[in-house]
Design a protein around this ligand. Structure first.
Ligand code: NAD
Length: 535
């Protein structure tokens, strides 16, 4: 009998990593070539194979400085029944697990994640944006020509539709700058790699935004171009006004997607028009419910085995989104209470049958929520409130960044704080009470999630673009410096995207395209269905 010798040594903490993507055999081949070019190091050997049954498959042995030898493979997964059709697995395994440098290995694994969206994935996303595509077609190929664009939009797959439309309407990707806000969206690395590698766009990081915006201004000026801002949270203009006041005249207008962005413009000089999709009637028709539903779905995804029915929930902030969150939680059969600092909002919640109180501490004490959702905007739950929790609870927020909960005060009150990875983190309090902050207090529908489902966000993306088209006109569509809410509503309420919306979603005449792979998927071999399937 032989024994394998086992050495006890310090190994690299991570020895292998994998990314699953969807694509055709050609896409998989391109992904493999992309990795060979981007992983760095010396390629020692390559084996390629595959046929029409197995799909593409290839393996390479690479020597990477600081890491040693690694094996890269791209192939179909072992059990296709467990994954989406057209799935491929890119796998990287480090063989020299003793010698390597941890940081170099981490950097290598990160490069595995930075795979641009494949053609197949792009086609899948594009099918989810009929309104945006139709709007771009109707506006024509010159609608946005001759401008540079500064964008602080989320890195989710709706960027695909937005970029397609910008380019279709004449924007040049070389004159677009994107500020990456850094949320951990589901596909953020894939979208990022597509923007940078496939489209060649300047994508820069949010913490460095003052320099990034300065660089954008210089690049646009060198080309003789004025810029239009597409913002989601007021990240750009306050910086231009503070750091580059002499360049304010190089911008022709701002299209703003969210209320927090409108608030950030308060007190900032506005010598240019604002197209506020954030405050528009059109956005309010669907977005609040969409955000509430997406937020609650994301919470459920994090805690799939929890029992919610009949149990207490508390919503902080009964505004546009909070009201919808309260109703969604009630539709899940939770007993919902509401707190808002404004009595009029409390009365509204009371009239809709929710338990309310003028004291947040009192409401927590009496209701003891299992789930608390913050949608107030800023600092709604502080360290001083935690003593009111006599039972453990999940806390989640739909507010931007980590503004909703005062987490450093929580940490001061807690006995200990624990890292739960993708779930978030937990504060252990006296008396065995645990408060789990889902998604670290970031907006839950952006935390390992994708904001809103694409078929919801389609109308909003098309509204943003319509705003850009107005501001790009020689007369700016009649928009004057400052806020133009009435005109914004007039333009959006007459948006061609609304007609397309009815063509697609208004019953009974509407189109009905399911979001499935349809006939691109392999023929199902087990018809009629047999169980268990044959091995
Ligand atoms: N996650 C997303 O996708 C998404 C999308 C849009 C907006 N948002 C964010 O969600 C938040 C709520 O948006 P909204 O449109 O519902 O705002 P809103 O102004 O309509 O409602 C906010 C409500 O909170 C109340 N409030 C304010 N401070 C409070 C406090 N300290 N305690 C209790 N109540 C308080 C206000 O009285 C108001 O009723 C904002 O921060 C917004 O930026 C998130």
């Amino acid at each position: 009998m032989s024994h394998t010798a086992t050495q006890s040594v310090t190994l690299l903490p991570t020895l292998g990593h994998q990314v699953v993507f969807q694509g055709t055999a050609d896409d998989a081949g391109q992904a493999f070539d992309h990795y060979l070019a981007k992983l760095g190091g010396t390629v020692e050997s390559v084996v390629r194979g595959g046929d029409s049954l197995t799909g593409f498959m290839a393996q390479a042995r690479i020597h990477v400085l600081g890491v040693g030898t690694a094996v890269l493979s791209v192939s179909s997964p072992a059990n296709t029944a467990d994954v989406d059709p057209h799935s491929y697995v890119a796998n990287l395994t480090i063989l020299d697990c003793v010698a390597g440098d941890f940081k170099a290995a981490q950097a290598l694994f990160r490069r595995l994640e930075l795979l641009p969206l494949t053609n197949f994935e792009l086609a899948t996303v594009r099918r989810q944006f009929p309104l945006t595509q139709e709007l771009a077609r109707s506006c024509g190929r010159k609608a946005l020509a001759g401008y540079a664009f500064l964008m602080a939009i989320h890195h989710v797959t709706d960027f695909v539709a937005m970029m397609d439309a910008l380019v279709d309407m004449g924007a040049d990707p070389r004159h677009i700058t994107i500020l990456d806000k850094g949320y951990p969206y589901t596909q953020r690395h894939r979208v990022d790699a597509w923007l940078r590698d496939t489209l060649g766009i300047h994508v820069d990081l949010y913490p460095d935004r003052a320099n990034v915006i300065g660089d954008h201004i210089a690049r646009a000026k060198a080309q003789g171009l004025k810029s239009i801002i597409f913002d989601d949270g007021g990240h750009c203009w306050p910086i231009v006004a503070e750091h580059y006041p002499a360049s304010m005249e190089d911008f022709v207008g701002i299209v703003e997607q969210t209320m927090s962005g409108i608030w950030k413009l308060e007190g900032v000089p506005l010598p240019l028009p604002v197209f506020s999709v954030a405050e528009s009637q059109l956005k309010s028709t669907m977005e609040s419910y969409g955000v509430a539903l997406a937020g609650v779905r994301s919470i459920l995804n994090r805690i799939p085995h929890e029992k919610l029915e009949g149990r207490p929930a508390l919503v902080l902030g009964y505004g546009r989104i909070g009201r919808q969150v309260a109703h969604v939680l009630r539709s899940l059969r939770m007993r919902v209470a509401v707190y808002d600092k404004e009595t009029v909002a409390l009365v509204a919640a009371h009239e809709e049958g929710f338990a309310t109180s003028r004291s947040l501490t009192g409401l927590i004490e009496s209701h003891q929520p299992l789930l608390l959702v913050g949608s107030a905007g800023r600092n709604s739950l502080r360290g001083e409130h935690l003593a009111a929790f006599k039972k453990s609870a999940y806390l989640a927020s739909v507010t931007s960044r980590t503004y909703e909960f005062v987490l450093d005060e929580f940490a001061q009150v807690a006995k200990s704080v624990h890292d739960y990875g993708r779930l978030g983190h937990g504060y252990l309090l006296d008396g065995g009470v645990e408060l789990c902050v889902v998604g670290h207090g970031m907006p839950v529908n952006f935390y390992h999630a994708d904001s809103l489902p694409n078929r919801y966000i389609d109308l909003i993306v098309s509204s943003l673009l319509l705003g850009g088209v107005q501001l790009a006109k020689p007369d700016q569509g009649g928009f004057q410096p400052g806020h133009n809410l009435d005109l914004t509503n007039k333009i959006l309420n007459a948006s061609p995207a609304l007609d397309t919306y009815y063509d697609w979603y208004g019953e009974p005449s509407a189109r009905r395209d399911l979001l499935t792979p349809g006939e691109t998927a392999p023929t199902f071999q087990a018809v009629p269905w047999t169980f268990p399937p044959l091995p």
